[in-house]
Design a protein. Sequence first.
Length: 406
Amino acid sequence: MQRLISLLGIPALLLLAFIFCKDRKKLSYKIIVAGIGLQFFFAIVVLRTRIGHQFFYWIGRGAEKLIGFTGAGSRFVFGDLMNVEKMGFILAFHVLPVIVFFSSLSAILYHFGVLQWLVRQMARLFTRTLGVSGAEALSVAANVFVGMVEAPILVRPYVEKMTESELFCLMSAGMATIAGSVMAAYIGILQPYFPQVAGHILSASLMSAPAAVVVAKIMIPETETPLTAGKVQVSYEKQDVNFIDAAARGAIDGVHLAIYVAAMLIAFIALVALVNAVFGLFGTSFETVMGWLFAPIAFLMGIPWKEAVQVGSLLGQKTVLNEFVAYLNLANGLASGDLALSARSITIATYALCGFANFGSLGIMIAGIGGIAPSRRHDLARLGFLSIISGSLAAFLTATIAGVLV
């Protein structure tokens, strides 16, 4: 029954996107069908085949090993503060260093052209199946591996001349996916309570790429002729003299990101405590209000109604605050038993939370892409709120499709 609800949730979410459609006469149903088909293909391979199960196993083992390597560096720097038995689990020492290590590793892979090769192959797939322009395909594919600021760098020469639909697609993909560096942090947070989380989070980011295209092209269909129609060409600039330079630069970038994450967590969790103090006067809480607001969305994704308010609360925290807070509260809730969720609901929630679509990310996106293409800053600001909606709907669509199969 719940799988049937998930199946019905797909057209319901597409209808929500259709409400925001700018030009319904230009709507391309081919992109919608191809995008949903591509999502199902990815989901079936990952969730329902032997190859997919092996993929889960090796991704999980690989993530566990890499996080373990991070622990070696962290223990050298922090000593006994890393001893969970003595000091307990301290997020600043166990999770944030993972961001630093994976940022350094990503920079090395970028230096040797590994990331560019992966992006190029995926971009070709998107161009052939979805019929999007080369610049769109590259930026969407890049968002599977890197962040919303780094991905547009691969199409830097074309951003200034992108059509409105292309620019919105670029923004939506940034909102719908997550970066590899923080992906590892989320895996580290959830793995003790959800051992298969590594494969699911990677699968979610992969599936949300075509979902972002589908939702973006429903909301703002293409009405012009893109400059890079039918072309896939990566703009690749060597930033480092060798892999040591790349590793050092990546580590420094990772430190900046880890500090940003720590600052956001301190500020947002403190703000939630403040809001809860006010809501407490009326016998409720921020989490409860978010839960009831987003419960219908959770139900559409295939979450049983008795669990929908709990998952809806996480969706609200992810949208209003950020996905790090939501994943952290999911892990804490599972650890304490405060969240009474089935394994299926945990899986669907993991997919739904996997995206940068929130108000804090909007400022980062406008600053990042605006720095690459200053003349488009006005368009970025104008389309910003819509990109949060499109990115959220894309992540929810991915979770709904996962709900059909799990």
